[in-house]
Design a protein around this ligand. Structure first.
Ligand SMILES: [Zn+2]
Length: 395
């Protein structure tokens, strides 16, 4: 006897994003023929028509449908029959994209490090408090989304992600950025809005591909001297950092967001190095040891020594690595490899002293763009009285 006609088979994706549980691991099996398994969109486990999917995933879903015969939802409680997260991760050697947003995930298990072909990992809108160092083993990862979690810290191993292009860590509780983030040499978009960050490491200015830096709604009081020196960096958003009063002059003519910055607090309220010119005051990075003026022609001895070393080893030999760590104290060697900044007038590296010059944004042609919503100044950091006297923002 024949049964009712079979339902036409509908192409579908696995949607597990609304399955709520703590310590959640979501795995979809894959084979070498299935590069992508997709977990997407809020709602219960359901099917979705193919046309809703991003173009790059179309065409492989039907294949995935037949091969993705099972999935696991594992928590520490439901883990049974000897199936450990490590084993599950080993079953997904070819997974390329993993979407686990909008769950209640608290911990990323160490087994994530086994997904060595993963290129896109979305863990945003969860309850993450920690990200394990094993994330640094995802050497193919290009896009990492960790926005809207409870993160206070990110492991230095994030710096091992040499293919990473996009990092979104906005709306967390971070006070510092990952220690080796400047080693993510492919990074193009860094979004760290709405955290508790109080400084931008100057090493980030060395990122060769960084195109957009967004750090709105943090606690920044100053920016690195070289921020914007890279031509690649074209978009810098630092809105609503109320203590931020100075923008490096490199940012002039770039796309910047700085509304809600430069509140009229008294300098005495904040114990930071500051520089005043007329009515204007800006804060400087703590690494700056002294501030030069137009009448101060003599450079400190350490500054002269560092500039000479730099010119000898870098300009002459083109390689600072000729210096062994024994030659200099570690802190000085590190400073030599990454100076405080480069003169905005002549590009000379600066190590201990800067000669700042302020240009209020409201007095520049860019004032119209910002409609008086900001009271910040552009700051030219120069290497000498001569550069200070001859620097002009508009030239
Ligand atoms: Zn100079």
């Amino acid at each position: 006897m024949l049964g009712p006609p079979a339902e036409p088979q509908q192409r579908q994706i696995w949607d597990l994003s609304a399955l709520l549980c703590t310590s959640l691991v979501l795995c979809v099996t894959g084979t070498s023929q299935v590069p992508v398994a997709k977990l997407k969109s809020p709602g219960l486990l359901q099917s979705q028509p193919e046309q809703d999917l991003p173009r790059q995933t179309q065409g492989i879903i039907s294949e995935a449908e037949s091969i993705c015969s099972s999935y696991w939802v594992c928590s520490s409680k439901s883990l049974d029959d000897g199936e450990s997260p490590e084993n599950l991760a080993q079953k997904l050697p070819n997974l390329v994209e993993l979407y686990l947003h909008s769950n209640n995930i608290v911990v990323v298990p160490e087994a994530i490090g086994s997904l060595v072909k993963l290129q896109f990992l979305d863990l945003s809108d969860n309850a993450l408090e920690i990200v394990c160092p094993e994330i640094g083993r995802l050497r193919s990862l290009r896009h990492l989304r960790l926005a809207n979690n409870q993160l206070k810290y990110l492991p230095a191993e994030v710096g091992d992600l040499r293919e990473l292009q996009t990092l979104d860590i906005s709306t967390n509780r971070l006070m510092t950025l990952p220690e080796r983030l400047h080693m993510c040499l492919s990074l193009q978009y860094l979004t760290a809005d709405r955290n508790h960050l109080w400084y931008v490491p100057r090493h980030l200015c060395q990122l060769p591909s960084l195109n957009e830096l967004s750090m709105a709604g943090n606690r920044l009081a100053f920016l690195p001297l070289d921020l914007g020196r890279s031509r690649e960096l074209q978009y810098v958003y630092v809105d609503n950092n109320i203590h931020l009063k100075g923008l490096p002059s490199y940012l002039y003519n770039k796309v910047i967001g700085c509304s809600g910055c430069g509140s009229p607090i008294q300098v005495s309220e904040v114990k930071l190095l500051s520089f005043s010119s007329g009515q204007l005051t800006v804060f400087l990075p703590a690494e700056v040891k002294s501030i030069g003026t137009e009448t101060d022609h003599v450079l400190p001895l350490q500054e002269l020594a560092m500039r000479t070393l730099y010119n000898t080893y870098y300009s002459f030999l083109k390689d600072l690595n000729f210096l062994t760590p024994i030659s200099l104290p570690k802190s000085l060697l590190e400073l030599l490899h990454c100076p405080l900044g480069h003169c905005h007038r002549c590009s000379q590296p600066m190590f201990t002293i800067v000669y700042p010059k302020l240009f209020p944004l409201r007095e520049t042609p860019m004032a119209g763009l910002h409609q008086g919503r900001t009271t910040v100044s552009f700051v030219a950091y120069c290497c000498s009285t001569q550069c200070l006297q001859t620097f002009d923002l508009l030239s």
